[in-house]
Design a protein around this ligand. Sequence first.
Ligand code: 5AD
Ligand code: SF4
Length: 449
Amino acid sequence: MKFSIVTFGCQMNANDSDWLARAMLARGWREVPEEQADVVVLNTCSVREKPEQKVHSALGRVGMNFRGRPAAFAAVGGCVAQQLGQELLHRYPFVRLVFGTDGVAQAPNALERLAVEPELELALLDILSEYPEREDAWTEHEDAPGPRQCFVNIMQGCDNFCAYCIVPYTRGRQKSRHPEAVLRECREQIARGAREITLLGQNVNSYGQDPGGAGMGFAELLRNVAVLPGLDRLRFTTSHPKDIAPEVIRAFGELKTLCPHLHLPLQSGSDRMLKRMGRKYDRTRYLDIVNELRSARPDIALGTDLIVGFPGETEQDFEETLEVMRLVCYEASFSFKYSDRPGVAAVNMRPKVEPDIAAERLSRLQELQNEITSDALQNRVGTVVEVLFERLSKVQSGEAPYWRGRDSAGRIVNVPEHDGRNLAGMIMPVRIVEAKKHSLIGEKAGDAW
Ligand code: 5AD
Ligand code: SF4
């Protein structure tokens, strides 16, 4: 069978899609471009209105493509599937499988059955109380090298119920994965060639605060992964500020492999908004955490998520967000206009912010971010960093091919390779010579390994 997977949303989804693709390849299926596929899997996101709309337009496109091919079918997984469930089966006749975020583990077998039973439709929508372990999808490709950078899930779901957020409804309550399973997967990825691991979860800092973690907290898990032989870089995402433990902050100064980079969603710089959002920290506490992080690791690069136009947000509240952005100097931020999500508390909060005011705030915020990013990148010029290379750069100029990689703080660095070598997966010292808008240009400053 020929399949194709289209992924929307977060890194958890991207990671689920990677696993699903491997599991189907292990069953002898072939991955092809969407137009040629007999089975199209859409792995969906409903965190904001926009990604959800994209799912419906993608389904329209897939349906058109399937015309005249009665055996072709689609599967919808992820957060929209969890939320709309059976409705998708009714609304789109060519959709024959829906699977929620806990149903991914069973999706490969379901797809195999559907391929041979044309009358069948299946729904895997149960939200489980334990982390659903998945089959080891490498077995059929025993010798295939894995990626140099990979993601490892450590937990699933969220208990925070921030007033704007649909995740606790689509991904269910928090459930940690057993530490032995996490460590086993990390060891296996390293054995297959991974040099960088990102530990993934909706709220990694509360890892182990449910029975799944078998008594191990996040700081201890982090320490255990950080010392695995062969690992060069360790990251984790996403963190809720209210749950970041002092031991995790200290870890940035203590663990050699832990990268000086943290994504720490602020959402708003106004205490009034933070309270209405149910974030359980205030601006002072957040800034204290930032100071503690910088004392532990002065070169740490911080990133964040921001929402503008949350119900009741005034110009004053918004300006407080800009102020915190200036104080923290985030190197990058993801920023969004608030959108109502079905069932969340903020749906009933008033007054709603006018869409054009929200749009104007968003563009002011993004302008400020561009300035801060640009200064931060400019400050790197002249420094020497270690770059882990990923691939050839998309934009090439001059005679030598440019390779693209990231420094340990996650900044994109493009470097010309004069000796014609394949740098993918190599780490090399690089001197930064120029700052572009969102990336850096460097030159070789030592031998690659
Ligand atoms: N409206 C706008 N942005 C949202 N986010 C989550 N829910 C909403 C919503 N209803 C943003 C938050 C979160 C990121 C993943 O998406 O900033 O951190
Ligand atoms: Fe989107 Fe959140 Fe679901 Fe990830 S967990 S796919 S961000 S709704």
